[in-house]
Design a protein. Structure first.
Length: 575
């Protein structure tokens, strides 16, 4: 517990905190040097700080009670310490309570915060309140109402507050609940840089930590102390174990450990996935247990851990039990392939997204996935108002010919467009055009030489039979990152995978890539010449299941494997 009494209340200046330095860092108290270091290494949390500063000033509409919550390692204690610095700079009396050092009883907690009752404008900071969660009703109905009216209270803990706080309209006027989320990419890089680690050459660390401040600090410490790449890898492995111990803790049983392994492997965990791997356990009970964990969060389709927890669990599982890890990997791939083929369409498309996420666990595939610094997107059908934006995207990414073809397809085949929109504003930022072709008329041949060339090559190798069609990913365009990994391209890959496995009678498929791409089989295509990758639909299916591969006359009896250039420019055929 700590208390500081102020003699006067000057106008608060946030700049005073930013420039706060101890008078003599070589003298004074050790606490002063610690405070100075915490200030230098603190990054981000500007929205939370802005709210706290307004509360310090007593601004209109500012809260009198702030409840801060988030999973372990999210930086709650660091933020509470920064709140204390801000309050002292504003010359407010500060009372801090570390709940870990206080017995979980009303009398003990009240004794620890006793000074607050004798001060008119104190700031009460209680950290680790999850250890006193059983006292939440007493805190709301008894303790807080007895505080002086000028008191500003912050309760920080891992567990979200009881909804009954908001059910009382009186509390809803003076209470603000702040879920503490991960740091953004810029703040994450700044935190690493503050520890002497160059974020530009440690992209894997940034991705693995996923904005969790504790994970970033542990990684920075490991890298700063390592003397070689091998020792750095070993230190990071130890750091993963420490992170899991701090955030997840000891698991109750082997069944709970297995449930956590499932969570690490998939995007969304559901009871049916738990039953798949734990057929002899109560999946409902395990799911309920997962729901109660502070490092899990609900999604529209199940439960998912925070990214840093998922990454740490996945790395630990892969290292600790590689055989079981690969067994789970294979089982989940088969499960999602079956769901893509047989589930209702909306569920099947989600399964396609889960499948593409699983295969992205392969390190080199991960490099082709969109980053967390991108805004989330969703796939929707094309709207009449989208036309000009999509045509302009095609013009910017691939030139006038592609813009002309996209405009023509918008008139003839709007059903082939899958538009990727920002979840917040709904504006299109990318799109996929997936065409199903069972015949090609002369107008299309003349308008789109890439489609004409693809059709001719397929017809020469193995013409379509009655009822079959050719599937073509004609355009995959993202306005902000043409030709580069992006969340838009992730959506396009999931849709292509869905179409290849779901659609009946798709005999051949082809993917068009931009002119800047590489010809399948080596070499760069001539300027302005798109590259096309062709293969039978059965070849695609054989990469994920044991389906027998179809052969064609040009294959010389060999299964479809690598790629070699065909006679036509920009065309690749199976070899």
């Amino acid at each position: 517990m700590a208390r500081e009494q102020a003699a006067s209340r000057p106008e608060y200046d946030a700049g005073a905190v930013r420039s706060l330095r101890t008078a003599d860092e070589n003298g004074g108290l050790l606490a002063d040097r610690l405070a100075s270091a915490r200030q230098r290494y603190f990054v981000g949390r500007q929205e939370e700080l802005s709210l706290f500063r307004r509360a310090l000033r007593g601004s209109a509409g500012a809260p009198a009670v702030i409840v801060l919550h988030g999973p372990g390692g999210m930086g709650k204690t660091a933020l509470v310490q920064r709140f204390a610095m801000e309050a002292r700079a504003a010359e407010r009396p500060v009372i801090t309570v570390d709940a870990a050092a206080v017995d979980p009883s009303p009398s003990a907690l009240e004794q620890a915060a006793a000074d607050v009752f004798s001060l008119e404008d104190a700031v009460l900071l209680v950290d680790g309140f999850e250890r006193h969660q059983g006292l939440e009703t007493w805190m709301r109905e008894d303790f807080l109402p007895r505080l002086p009216g000028g008191t500003l209270t912050v309760l920080a803990g891992r567990v979200a507050p009881d909804p009954l706080w908001k059910a009382d309209f009186a509390w809803s006027e003076i209470l603000r609940v702040l879920p503490l989320d991960v740091l953004g990419p810029e703040d994450s890089a700044a935190l690493l840089a503050s520890q002497g680690v160059d974020p530009a050459v440690n992209g894997d660390i940034l991705r693995g930590a996923a904005g969790n401040p504790l994970a970033l600090r542990m990684a920075a410490e490991a890298l700063s102390q390592a003397t070689s790449a091998k020792s750095a890898h070993r230190a990071l492995r130890v750091g993963t174990g420490r992170l899991l111990s701090r955030v997840v803790g000891t698991l109750p049983s082997d069944a709970h450990r297995r449930a956590m392994e499932v969570c690490s492997h998939v995007v969304d965990t559901t009871e049916d996935l738990l039953r798949l791997f734990l057929p002899d356990q109560d999946a409902s009970e395990l799911f309920a247990w997962l729901r109660r964990q502070t490092y899990m969060k609900p999604s529209p389709f199940g439960l998912r851990p925070y990214d840093v927890v998922r990454n740490a669990l996945d790395n630990d599982f892969r290292w600790r039990d590689p055989e079981q890890y690969m067994a789970m990997h294979r089982t989940l791939r088969r499960h999602f392939v079956e769901r893509v083929r047989n589930a209702p369409e909306e569920e099947a498309l989600r399964a396609a997204h889960e499948y593409t996420d699983i295969i992205a666990k392969v390190p080199w595939v991960k490099d082709f996935r969109g980053g967390r610094d991108e805004a989330p997107l969703r796939e929707q059908p094309v709207r009449p108002a989208d036309g000009p934006a999509l045509v302009e995207m095609a013009r910017t990414a691939e030139g006038e010919d592609s813009a002309r073809i996209v405009a023509d397809l918008l008139e003839r085949r709007p059903d082939a467009f899958h538009v990727h929109r920002g979840r917040d504003d709904g504006e299109p930022v990318g799109f996929l055009v997936w065409l199903r072709i069972d015949a090609l008329d002369e107008d299309v041949r003349a308008n789109d030489p890439v489609l004409a060339q693809t059709w001719e090559s397929v017809s020469a190798m193995a013409p379509l039979r009655q009822g079959e069609h050719l599937g073509v990913a004609r355009f995959m365009i993202h306005s902000h990152a043409p030709g580069r990994p992006s969340r838009s391209r992730d959506l396009a890959h999931a849709r292509v995978f869905f179409e290849l496995l779901r659609t009946r009678h798709c005999s051949w498929s082809a993917v068009a890539t931009a002119a800047s791409g590489t010809r399948c089989g080596g070499g760069s295509p001539p300027a302005g010449t798109p590259a096309i990758r062709c293969c039978t639909a059965d070849w695609w299916r054989s990469t994920v299941t044991a389906t027998r591969r179809r052969r064609c006359a040009n294959c010389s009896g060999r299964p479809y494997g690598g790629w070699t250039p065909a006679a036509g420019p920009g065309i690749c055929t199976p070899s």
